[in-house]
Design a protein around this ligand. Structure first.
Ligand code: SF4
Length: 393
């Protein structure tokens, strides 16, 4: 695959000669500065240096909501297993989710997989080149579409994420709330003005790098910034106050009881059907259930009056809109109890089988506990009576 950085940064002259018609002399000069800086200082990342739209697409999806340093290893593993859109389209969703394990926001993986199937079925295996057409694919929003279109296809569209919004609002001293649609549109136009006819992808990536490493949300490191001389917020004296935006509501705290129900070296897991973490595996989760007594009541309702929960640990996981405050419990069930109640999409698995299934990061502490518990009891040759892939407990 073509992740090589050699000869990737083209000479600046290519860009300065071919800006879009609407760009002013000032914008052309800024673009030249940005590209010159990028050629010298841009980050060398595992997913840069390629024009392959599929590879750029995979990396951009991974980069949504995930730190750049984290993405590198996942990206390399993913494209090693799925080097082409055809390979991804032909894979089972569970395998895609397994490779995504730990990255979070699993709807990205499901959408990427679904979109790969569409690209193969409806676009002959080639990603469309325009940002508009790209947005018709699942999981590709305006930012990702612009990133792919500019990097892979040289389309002069700004990839407006938080980094670009921050840099542009400071560079041009945009003091209004950037959540207001008209202000967003203005920032987009300012970004558009910096796009050259060729090399828009490099301008986008340069601005992302400046935003991620220099023009930071807290205190910008203006002394290292190639735009310092021309930055209005810097000259005004308080760049750290920009961009302005309304504070988001804090995520809702949800108590969750995580039940590790075991029987002779197997643990009960369940494949989630809910929108949050759909397709991934967890142990038995009781959302909005607080305290051992309440969790115990659920066991009674399932016809398990004698199964006693023992508290193991607590853990916390932050999603975008909610925080799971988890309490982990364990109960070793008798063989009769395993068949007592039915749980859709559940299955009893050994530790070995458990590690082949995709689990979300939210379950990390629980997985460690399950490992510890399962090691204590050797796995039987047979599944417990009444328990099968779709209907255990
Ligand atoms: S000079 Fe400072 S505030 Fe202005 S763009 Fe550069 S880092 Fe950001």
């Amino acid at each position: 695959m073509g992740c090589k950085t050699a000869a990737y940064f083209p000479a600046i002259v290519c860009y300065t000669a071919s800006m879009t018609n609407a760009s002013t002399d000032r914008e052309k000069m800024l673009t030249a500065l940005i590209l010159d800086w990028y050629r010298r200082e841009g980050r060398r990342l595992p997913f840069r240096g390629t024009k392959d739209p599929y590879l750029i697409w995979v990396s951009e999806i991974m980069l949504q909501q995930t730190r750049t340093e984290t993405v590198g290893a996942y990206y390399l593993r993913f494209i090693d297993r799925f080097p082409t859109v055809q390979a991804l389209a032909g894979a089972e969703e569970q395998e895609v989710l397994k490779l995504w394990e730990g990255l979070g926001y699993y709807s990205r993986a499901r959408n990427l997989h679904r979109a790969a199937e569409l690209v193969v079925a409806e676009y002959g295996g080639r990603l469309p080149a325009s940002a508009e057409a790209l947005q018709r694919l699942p999981g590709i929003g305006p930012y990702t579409a612009a990133a792919i279109a500019s990097i892979a296809f040289d389309q002069p569209v700004p990839a407006m994420d938080g980094n670009l919004q921050r840099v542009l609002s400071r560079l041009y001293l945009v003091e209004e709330d950037i959540g207001i649609p008209s202000v967003k549109r203005r920032l987009y136009q300012l970004g558009q003005g910096l796009m050259p006819r060729q090399g828009a992808g490099d301008v986008n990536q340069a601005l992302m790098d400046i935003g991620a490493t220099i023009c930071l949300p807290g205190t910008p490191d203006c002394g290292r910034c190639p735009l310092q001389r021309h930055c209005k917020a810097y000259h005004q004296g308080e760049p750290e106050l920009l961009p302005r935006m309304q504070k988001k509501k804090p995520p809702r705290e949800v108590p969750v009881a995580v039940l590790l129900l075991t029987h002779q070296g197997r643990v009960l897991v369940q494949q989630r059907q809910q929108a949050l973490l759909r397709g991934l595996y967890t142990y038995v989760l009781l959302e909005d259930v607080e305290g051992q007594q309440e969790a115990q009541m659920h066991l009674r309702c399932w016809g398990l009056p004698h199964a006693t929960l023992r508290e193991l640990a607590t853990a916390r996981h932050v999603f975008t809109h909610r925080v799971w405050q988890m309490t982990l419990y364990h109960a070793e069930l008798t063989e009769a109890e395993t068949g007592q109640a039915m749980l859709p999409h559940g299955q009893w698995v050994t530790a070995e089988q458990m590690h082949t299934l995709p689990f979300p990061t939210a379950m990390r502490v629980a997985v460690q506990w399950a490992d510890t518990l399962l090691e204590k009891a050797p796995a039987p040759a047979q599944m417990p009576r009444g328990a099968d892939a779709d209907s255990a407990l």
